[in-house]
Design a protein around this ligand. Sequence first.
Ligand SMILES: Cc1ncc(C[n+]2csc(CCOP(=O)(O)OP(=O)(O)O)c2C)c(N)n1
Ligand SMILES: [Mg+2]
Length: 347
Amino acid sequence: MVTIDIETDDGQREILRRMMLIRAFDNEAGDRFADGEIPGFVHLYIGEEAVGVGACSALEPDDYITSTHRGHGHCIAKGLETDKMMAELYGKREGYCNGKGGSMHIADVDAGMLGANGIVGAGPPLATGAALSAAQKGEDRVALAFFGDGAVAQGQVHEAINLASTWGLPAIFLVENNKFGEGTPVEKQHNLENLSETAEAYDIPGFTVNGMDVTAVYEAVEAARERAVNGDGPTFIEADTYRYRGHFEGDHQPYRDDDDIEAWQRRCPIDAFANRLVDAGVLTEDEVDELRAAAEAEIEDAAAFAENATDPDPSEAYEDMYDVSVPELSTYAGGSLRADGGSTTDQ
Ligand SMILES: Cc1ncc(C[n+]2csc(CCOP(=O)(O)OP(=O)(O)O)c2C)c(N)n1
Ligand SMILES: [Mg+2]
């Protein structure tokens, strides 16, 4: 895991590379899902790359993130390996969760990636918990929760932000306002112009940033991180972004027009940043093309790795389901609820 310094040419190149990797990964995942090679559902992050990469690049390697059902971009932004991610999408043993999680449950706790999550709004409580642990242990770590506009009004999200604010925890709540929760436009979900106004209710700073601009996201998260590690509590950031693909692959999208998609595609966060780096003399156009080709080649290799990886044996189905170091759960997978065979309901 590397620390990324946006002030340096190397840092800027790495930021561009990670956004390109996400784009290539999700294009490949979409194609392979369409070919029937990937089971379950995939929700692609294409168009939103600047949010994940801007945010994670402003974090330190030890910091925590929580993710959503649309989590591939968060994983790559946090530095996870694309071959193990693709193997997880394929349900293979070499995947991050031995193939038992799939697209919506990739986790790598050692890398601070506390999990993609199929439950809308489930990330913020985990981030509040991680931030509480960092505060109690006196560690210089923060926890950042990515969540969608569709999660902002979830009860557990309110509880999580309220506790983090009340206890002054080192947490960052980052809403990816991509304008839809499934097929419901954001203005039909909320009676607020900017979702960041939500922050007022918790008496924490809240602001909206251009989520198509990786630098803007980086700077917002950098400031929020500094506030968090200084003991000044959480920050609420809304990133104004857009998803280019359907809610899930296969979504016919009757709820929006192609014109809207095309207008946002003209604001492509990857092209915008690449052009800026070319204008600044950090990269030539050829070098941008080389970086993109290298990202695409890495993802082709990752997909080949996943294809050739091993199917888990059905006899392993109940392994890794519970943390057996927790005594009460040690025999759960075997059928009884508690080590002494009693029911947990009497506790
Ligand atoms: C608690 C819960 N309610 C409903 C769903 C079904 N669901 C899955 S994704 C989704 C929309 C989420 O929208 P948003 O939070 O804006 O994220 P986006 O898909 O736009 O990234 C819904 C309602 C769910 N998975 N969990
Ligand atoms: Mg959304």
